[in-house]
Structures are given as structure tokens and as C-alpha cells.
Design a protein around this ligand. Structure first.
Ligand SMILES: NC(=O)C1=CN([C@@H]2O[C@H](COP(=O)(O)OP(=O)(O)OC[C@H]3O[C@@H](n4cnc5c(N)ncnc54)[C@H](OP(=O)(O)O)[C@@H]3O)[C@@H](O)[C@H]2O)[C@@H](O)CC1
Ligand SMILES: [K+]
Length: 534
């Protein structure tokens, strides 16, 4: 599990250390971690550091200081390092160290074009313009450079590895908002703790891969945004017990699809079965029942009512369209007291007063409509720009758990626990992909351990965690399916099975070896792995 904190909270954790005079030591640790990541990336691409062309974009503050110290270390290993100074002032000790390591400096204000070309012709660019002290987007010549650089490195042109120091400049460290011009990175090396700004909205898109350097801050105060890793998924996945039968494994009721949109129900059913329920009970029009039974003969299909169906969880909404019976079933499902995924058309029937076991799964457009109906003044652009804020607001207003789809999918519980998963591939932006996610989540709700063991009370945020797990599985399956070319959502169930099979094998192997599965998505360099500092 990765816990991310706002830039404000990380700065508060740094404060006592700075007051005790440890600022220079913290900066050296940060700079060393950044240098080590840059050296590794260069070695992977070129095989050696000597002669590598490195450009450091250095701003006025400590972020620029970190980047210049890292550049100095690369210079001492033989890289040809140039610093583009984006401000009239620079961190004095870091600038001196950079110059004494043979680094050349250029002032951006007098040479924007030259500096842009320099960046584009580099092997590696370190973005040290703004960190947690940044306010708003890039301004003046730095904004010009960022725009021109994006133009020069788009398309098939070879581009340098872009490494953000702490966070991509121009991105808000607390929220991930990018109200003005910002830079984007292949890798963000972040210090002390991951920042929430790297987990949501434009910040999550701009961050690229994330590496956390522990600089010895200790506990960071404030609420974390969490991200599940491989090791965390194991305990949340369906795992039948020796004594289980089909009912005790978990039955998912699906009230989805309509005569006009039958495909959504087929996709959701396929995904739920692939995720591992004991049974799917489908409720809907006869024509859809026939279609589902052709694709999935094991599904039990009927035209009946929600209150009479014995299930452990509900999934309602995908493809429901204007079907009045499906609307009634969705309303009954969300007020049944059972865990329920409320997706697509059913989101438009939601009223306040739900519980955390109800998980709403809107995209930004559906959330705009929902929040507007509940009295908030908000646009789709505002939600896309600050998804953490609006997912949390929707959870607060409805009492339900909210899964907001996006490049980083945010899940928020009404009690404030928040997750961000970013395994998705852009190929998942396709019709039918959301129905599949709803099917995965429905299956996790039906099979979850709190549901199956009556004496287990779900802890706060439990449903947000399950929803995050569903987003993670969906993203992993999407990546796998996209390896074979443009992704068809109907290929996702097979990929889900493979992903879950791999996770289960990993869980068994670690159980035998007596350790937790290894995480591969994020790198975190622990404090004690950094060299001792003089
Ligand atoms: N503190 C620590 O212990 C450690 C901190 N560490 C590192 O320090 C970073 C934080 O450093 P920081 O506080 O110096 O802020 P930073 O992000 O460099 O920028 C501030 C400067 O930028 C300016 N500025 C602001 N907005 C602007 C804009 N839109 N466009 C243009 N300029 C703008 C602002 O001007 P001002 O607003 O003051 O007029 C000021 O001059 C942190 O991210 C991490 O990398 C690590 O070394 C570990 C130890
Ligand atoms: K930066």
C-alpha cells in the first residue's frame, strides 16, 4: 500500500527538522535519491553515464536546489550537464556545487528557444522548476519553454527521459490540479512521501512512474490517499473455502441491460463470472435473458423482482436505458441494505441517504449530472481537474461510496477514506469497458469476506478499498488484453481470469515462502539504503 499526503502535510512534517537545522541534510538525501534514479535511467538506455547530455531545469527554491545537487553528482560521473536557470535567483550552495562539478548554466529569460532545443536534444531532463512551494502553473519564459518543449517532443520525435523532481512543475501538490501550464514526466522522484497531487487528475497523468525516496521525515500528519499494490490485492480477492457451495461463495444479482441495450448485461455478467462468484442471478427482459444464456449458460436468468431474489450483492444500471422495470429494480437494489454497484443509467436515480455499501461508479459526465441534481454548481471540466475533491463531495452528499473513473480512478468513502488506482491503459476508454468494471466490482462485493462472515463488521472505508481493488484488476486486465492490439471489452473476461490466476499463484508462492507478495508497481527507496551523509 502506498500512502500519499498533501504537499502541505509533507511540509508540516519537514518543519521541525528544518527548525532543528537539518534542511541541508534532507536536501542531500533527496538529491542523492534523484541522482540515483537519473543514473539508473541513463544506464538502462545508454549503458554508461559518461557523455550523457543532461539538462537541469532549476527554479528559485529548494526544488531547484535538489535538482542542481543531483546534476552535480551526474556531472562528477562524466555526464555533460547544463542548468537552465528559470529565475534570477537560485539555491546558492547547489548552484556552486553544480558549477564546480563542471556544469554549464544558461539563463532562461534571455534564451527560451535555445533552452528548448537544448532540452529536446538531451538524453535526460530533470524538472526542478517548482516543487511543493509552487503556486499555480508555470509563468513567463518557463511556461513558454514547457509549451514549446511539448511541441518539439510530440509525435515520433525521439525525446529525452523526463524526470520530475518531487512533482511535475505546475501541478498542485495537494490536489493534482494544473490550472496553468505544467510539465509532464516519465518518472517522478518524490521525497519524504508520495504527494496526493501525483495521485489524481492532471497530476496523475503528468507524473508518469513514481519513485518515493524516504528522507527520514517519519510520520506525516493528515489524511492519506492510498493506492493498493499487488500485495494488498490478495486479501480482497474471492478465494473459495473447502466447505463452500455455490451460494456461500457469493451470489451476485444483476439488474442491467434492456431491450435497447442488451450488450451491457452480457459484458457485466461475463466479467462477474470471470472474477469468481458462486452464481449470477440475472433480472431483466426476456430478450436479454436469452442473450445472456447463450453467452453464459451458467447464469440464472429471470424477469422477477429484487426483493424476492436471494443474493449477497446487487449490480444495477448498465444498459438500463429507459426501461421502467430496470429503473425500479435499481431503486430497490440501492435501498436493499445489501452491497450494490450502481452504475450508468441508475446513477441518475440516486438520492441522498444511502450507505457506504452502495458503490456509485460514475464517469466525470455522470458525476456532473449527479452533483448538479444534488444542488452543487460544477462543470465536467472542474471534476476532471480536481477529481479527489468531487468524488469526496459526492460520497459526502449521498452517503454512498463513490468510484470516479479516470486515468487515475478515485474511490472515496463517505467517512473520508480515499484510494487512487492508476493501472489503466487508454485502450480501456471504450464502450463496454465500464460494464466490465461494474461486473468485477459486483463480484467482489458478493464474495467479500465481511459479507460471507456475518460476525465481521466492515471497517470504515472497506467498500472504497474493494472498489479500488476492482479498478486495479480492471486496469491490469485491460493492459493484458491490449497487448494483443486494440482492446475489445469482450476480451476482458479472459484477461481477468489470467490476472486473478497470476495474483492467486503469487499469493500461494508467498504463503509457502512465509512472506508477502512483492510489489512491482512503485519503487520506494528506504532511508537506510541511502549513503550516510557527512
Ligand atoms: N523543505 C525541505 O526540508 C526539503 C524540501 N525539499 C525540496 O524543496 C521543495 C520545496 O522547496 P521550496 O519551499 O523552496 O519551494 P519550490 O517548490 O522550490 O518553489 C518555491 C519558489 O518558486 C516560486 N514560485 C512559486 N510558484 C511559482 C510559479 N507559479 N511560477 C514561478 N515561480 C513560482 C516561489 O516564489 P514566491 O512565491 O516565494 O515569490 C519560490 O521562489 C520540495 O518540493 C522538494 O523538492 C527537499 O530538498 C527535501 C527537504
Ligand atoms: K519539479
Amino acid at each position: 500500500m502506498i500512502s500519499a499526503y498533501s504537499g502541505t502535510a509533507v511540509r508540516a512534517a519537514e518543519k521541525p527538522l528544518l527548525e532543528a537545522g537539518n534542511g541541508p541534510a534532507l536536501m542531500q538525501r533527496a538529491a542523492y535519491g534523484l541522482y540515483a534514479a537519473c543514473a539508473r535511467e541513463l544506464l538502462e538506455r545508454r549503458g554508461f553515464l559518461y557523455g550523457a547530455r543532461v539538462t537541469v531545469l532549476a527554479g528559485a527554491g529548494n526544488n531547484g536546489g535538489d535538482a542542481l545537487f543531483a546534476g552535480a553528482r551526474l556531472g562528477r560521473r562524466g555526464a555533460a550537464v547544463t542548468a537552465v536557470l528559470t529565475s534570477a535567483v537560485s539555491h546558492p550552495q547547489a548552484l556552486a556545487a553544480f558549477r564546480s562539478a563542471g556544469g554549464r548554466t544558461v539563463e532562461l529569460s534571455s534564451a527560451v528557444e535555445e533552452c528548448t532545443r537544448l532540452c529536446a536534444a538531451s538524453d535526460l531532463v530533470i524538472d526542478g522548476i517548482l516543487g511543493t512551494g509552487g503556486k499555480g502553473g508555470l509563468r513567463g519564459p518557463a511556461a513558454e519553454l514547457a509549451r514549446a518543449f511539448a511541441g518539439l517532443t510530440s509525435g515520433s520525435n525521439p525525446s529525452p527521459v523526463m524526470i520530475a523532481c518531487d512533482l511535475p512543475s505546475g501541478v498542485d501538490a495537494d490536489t493534482g490540479r494544473a490550472d496553468g501550464v505544467h510539465l509532464a514526466a516519465d518518472l517522478t522522484v518524490t521525497f519524504g512521501a508520495a504527494k496526493t497531487g501525483l495521485m489524481a487528475g492532471p497530476g496523475a497523468v503528468a507524473a508518469g512512474r513514481i519513485e518515493i525516496i524516504d528522507i527520514g521525515l517519519g510520520t506525516v500528519p493528515g489524511q492519506a490517499v492510498r493506492r493498493l499494490e499487488t500485495a494488498d490485492l490478495s486479501g480482497l480477492l474471492p478465494s473459495p473455502r473447502k466447505t463452500d457451495q455455490k451460494y456461500s461463495r457469493g451470489v451476485l444479482g444483476i439488474a442491467a441491460g434492456s431491450a435497447a441495450y442488451p450488450g451491457a448485461a452480457v459484458l457485466a455478467t461475463g466479467a462477474a463470472l470471470a472474477t469468481g462468484v458462486g452464481m449470477v442471478r440475472y433480472l431483466g427482459p426476456e430478450s436479454v435473458c436469452r442473450l445472456i444464456n447463450t453467452a453464459h449458460p451458467e447464469a440464472v436468468c429471470a424477469t422477477g423482482n429484487v426483493p424476492l431474489a436471494h443474493v449477497q450483492a446487487w449490480l444495477a444500471g448498465p444498459g438500463a436505458g429507459t426501461d421502467e422495470d430496470q429503473r425500479r429494480r435499481a431503486l430497490e437494489a440501492m435501498t436493499s441494505g445489501l452491497p450494490a454497484v450502481i452504475d450508468a443509467d441508475a446513477i441518475s436515480y440516486v438520492e441522498p441517504g444511502l450507505g457506504p455499501q452502495v458503490v456509485l461508479t460514475p464517469h466525470a459526465g455522470e458525476l456532473t449530472a449527479l452533483l448538479t441534481r444534488l444542488g452543487e454548481t460544477v462543470t465536467r471540466e472542474q471534476i476532471e481537474g480536481d477529481p479527489l475533491r468531487y468524488a469526496r463531495r459526492a460520497a459526502e452528499l449521498t452517503g454512498a461510496t463513490v468510484l470516479l473513473k479516470g486515468w487515475a480512478t478515485i474511490t472515496a468513502s463517505p467517512t473520508g477514506e480515499t484510494y487512487s488506482q492508476a493501472e489503466a491503459t487508454p485502450w480501456l476508454a471504450a464502450a463496454g469497458s465500464g460494464d466490465t468494471l461494474a461486473g468485477i466490482l459486483g463480484a467482489l462485493l458478493a464474495t467479500n469476506r465481511c459479507n460471507r462472515d456475518a460476525d465481521l463488521e466492515p471497517p470504515a472505508g472497506y467498500y472504497a478499498e474493494l472498489a479500488a481493488a476492482a479498478a486495479s484488476i480492471h486496469g491490469r486486465a485491460g493492459n493484458l488484453a491490449a497487448q494483443a492490439g486494440p482492446l475489445e471489452p469482450s476480451a476482458l473476461p479472459a484477461a481477468i481470469r489470467t490476472v486473478l490466476g497470476e495474483l492467486a499463484a503469487m499469493r500461494e508462492a508467498s504463503k509457502r515462502a512465509g512472506r508477502r507478495p512483492k510489489n512491482r508497481e512503485w519503487q520506494s527507496v528506504p532511508f537506510n539504503a541511502l549513503p550516510r551523509l557527512r
